[in-house]
Write a protein that binds this ligand. Structure first.
Ligand SMILES: [Zn+2]
Length: 206
């Protein structure tokens, strides 16, 4: 089902096995000599990513699309990109055997705290649960969802299974959930076979 009235934005390739990593991969060809390609060009692209990652339902996405003014959407997109780049800094530093610098850590901390502050703790049947009660139509909801998904991953054991694609111009991140921890590519069809362009769109552009 296509989101009505939302940009017919390109479908994202979700290959990372975690939304926080798929999110980092939305700056495509991050290490290419001729420069990367930004896949998040508008708030609607961001909504599309959130919908495709199943972080919100289509109905909820449509609510945000209807309620969000262009200026607010632009602000949220910029904040999401700040979050993404801070996480990319930390992740690639760690993968390259370096300690991440202080600035991106502080940026992540600010986003993680801000997101948690928006949640309400409520009693759900038999246990406590964090919810977005009262914030469901807020333009910033995608930012908070991505912040918490990022926070969850980065402080979990799973972060030790984060790997980068072996194609040095790509280096898309993914969780290596393969049995013998031998996954090397973001996608066999993409970088496993470098003769093929990443996607049809890239073909058309070049
Ligand atoms: Zn790749």
């Amino acid at each position: 089902m296509v989101i009505s009235k939302v940009d017919p934005s390109p479908a994202f390739q979700l290959v990372a096995e975690h939304p926080a990593l798929d999110f980092i991969n939305t700056l495509d060809w991050r290490f290419r000599e001729s420069g990367p390609e930004e896949l998040l060009q508008s708030y609607d692209h961001l909504l599309r990513f959130i919908e495709q990652s199943k972080m919100l339902t289509i109905k909820h996405i449509q609510l945000l699309h209807r309620n969000t003014r262009k200026s607010a959407g632009g602000r949220v997109l910029a904040a999401c990109i700040e979050l993404r780049e801070a996480m990319a800094d930390v992740s690639y530093a760690w993968l390259d055997g370096r300690s991440p610098s202080a600035a991106p850590l502080r940026t992540l901390e600010r986003h993680f705290k801000a997101a948690r502050l928006q949640q309400r703790l409520s009693w759900k049947g038999s246990q406590l649960e964090w919810s977005w009660s009262g914030k469901e139509a807020d333009a910033e909801l995608p930012l908070w969802l991505l912040s918490l998904a990022t926070s969850d991953l980065m402080v979990s054991e799973a972060v030790h299974r984060v790997r980068a694609c072996d194609n040095e111009e790509c280096r898309w991140l993914f969780l290596d959930t393969s049995k013998n921890h031998t996954r090397r590519w973001c996608d066999m069809k993409i970088c496993g076979n470098r003769m093929k362009a990443r996607r049809f769109k890239a073909h058309k552009k070049s």
